[in-house]
Write a protein that binds this ligand. Structure first.
Ligand SMILES: C[S@@+](CC[C@H](N)C(=O)[O-])C[C@H]1O[C@@H](n2cnc3c(N)ncnc32)[C@H](O)[C@@H]1O
Length: 461
């Protein structure tokens, strides 16, 4: 587990508080944007205004207001549990005195298990790690990036004085809006087409690779889903009877998946209006004002005896620590948390629209290779939309083509078993006249067993 300085921790707490503030400001921000449309109507000549009134345009704007208010209620439900990251962390005024209680003596965040009595769980682990680790919003307008860049305005003074409340930026709000669309992808009936195009080929490949395993044996197979977003792929894997661990570092995603996985009791419990923020490309009113119900399944309906959890934190920091597996303590820790699988112990790693979040793809592939069990399978789908390309924060970005990524993977020690193209939309609005489909690369690969050490009898080098 990586060590964090007090500054890292304070920065992380601040970023989290900013995310909460962004959720809280969603309604006023979005209503103001819609009000702009209303005002614009009154700048027009009367005859034009009347023509719009006849169309019911002002009525449509009223419906947009209502949809925003419904979304705000849902977002309020999401942050109602913001203390999953520690008491006071997310609240504006609890910031100063809430932090200390969460810190262990060495200054690191105490690693505690959330919702210990329930499955699934979200466990904060190394969750301070990504304070500066987010790309700026990519220039691609159709980006699938959900890496959620945080703004870095300081909202508390270094002398410990009161901090100004964070004022959410357009970029922050964009992340809230993306999160709403991501709920459609992961947890609605409407998202099924997208899941069929992305998650299904991956779970099919997993089932095929381990088809010789009995259901009992399957429970013991450990599958890791880095960049798990709102958790559906990891949940699907668990539903199939594998032990599954998602990893995610975005607070937006972690808060959202916590609500769905741990605070949802019925199918279609929540209603959201994910497309209400733009009236462009709409074929009809429904395109922007359509209600979407979530979730399409009851998250608690997982098979008995499997382990399913989401681990909060940066993939490279959590799984990339340079550990010697032999030296790892494999006993449960004092608070009963079972130990993590370590190097060479994951039976499958499923990366969906994830590997292009790397600043350094070489390191990502090395980590995936190191933590995979020899003979285990790596299943990937994604379009290599490098998240850090053209970043304005002077962060490194290595942008390889598919051929280069595959060659690199082979060089690192993977045997590529299959490569194909799968057309995959990503958080697209089915009723919009604008849509993007990624011609995403799908592959399966296995970690080659280490060559035997040359013995005296062998002629191997
Ligand atoms: C494009 S989204 C894909 C989400 C999901 N796999 C899907 O297919 O819908 C990439 C996800 O990876 C997460 N992510 C990016 N870099 C990460 C990192 N270093 N550690 C953990 N999660 C990361 C982002 O927050 C985001 O949720």
């Amino acid at each position: 587990m990586p060590e964090f300085s007090e500054e890292d921790i304070a920065e992380e707490e601040k970023q989290f508080a900013n995310v909460i503030a962004t959720f809280q400001q969603y309604a006023s921000y979005s209503l103001a944007a819609n009000n702009r449309r209303r005002k614009d109507v009154y700048t027009l000549p009367q005859a034009d205004r009347e023509a719009l009134l006849k169309l019911g345009y002002l009525n449509k704007l009223k419906q947009v207001d209502e949809a925003i208010i419904a979304n705000a209620q849902f977002l309020g439900d999401i942050i109602a549990d913001s203390d999953i990251f520690g008491p006071g962390v997310g609240s504006e005024d609890g910031y100063e005195d809430g932090v200390g209680e969460e810190l262990a003596e060495d200054g690191s965040q105490s690693q505690h298990q959330l919702e210990a009595s329930r499955d699934p769980r979200i466990r904060p682990q190394g969750q301070h790690s990504h304070a500066h680790d987010h790309p700026p919003a990519p220039s691609h307008s159709h980006s699938h990036s959900h890496s959620h860049p945080h703004s870095h305005q300081h909202s508390h003074s270094h002398d410990g004085g009161p901090r100004k409340p964070h004022k959410a930026t357009d970029g922050d709000m964009d992340k809230v809006r993306s999160t709403l669309k991501q709920f459609v992808r992961d947890w609605s009936v409407e998202g099924e087409a997208e899941r069929e195009a992305s998650y299904k080929p991956m779970t099919d490949a997993l089932l095929e690779y381990y088809k010789h395993k009995t259901p009992e044996e399957r429970k013991k197979l450990r599958v890791l889903v880095p960049g798990a977003g709102l958790g559906r792929l990891a949940w699907d894997v668990a539903k199939l009877g594998f032990s599954s661990q998602g990893n995610e570092f975005s607070h937006y995603m972690l808060l959202g998946s916590f609500l769905i996985l741990n605070r949802t009791n019925t199918v279609n419990q929540h209603t959201i209006y994910p497309y209400t923020h733009s009236l462009s490309n709409a074929r009809n009113r429904d395109a922007a004002l359509r209600a979407v119900q979530i979730p399409d399944v009851l998250p608690s309906t997982l098979p008995d005896g499997i382990k399913f959890e989401l681990i909060a934190g940066d993939f490279e920091e959590i799984y990339g620590a340079d550990e010697d597996p032999a030296s790892m303590i494999m006993e449960p820790t004092e608070d009963g948390i079972p130990p993590e699988p370590h190097a060479g112990l994951w039976d499958a790693i499923m990366t969906c629209f994830f590997i292009d979040t790397a600043k350094n793809i070489v390191n990502y592939l090395r980590i995936i290779h190191r933590i995979l069990r020899p003979g285990g399978v790596w299943i990937n789908l994604g379009p290599l939309l490098w998240h850090w390309e053209n970043n304005s924060t002077s962060d490194p970005s290595i942008e390889l083509g598919l051929d280069e990524v595959l060659e690199l993977a082979r060089g690192i020690g993977f045997e590529i078993l299959e490569v194909k193209t799968i057309n995959s939309p990503y958080t697209s609005n089915k009723d919009s006249m604008l849509g993007y489909v990624y011609h995403a690369a799908f592959w399966t690969a296995t970690k080659k067993a280490k060559p035997e050490r040359a013995s005296g009898l062998s002629s191997a080098p």
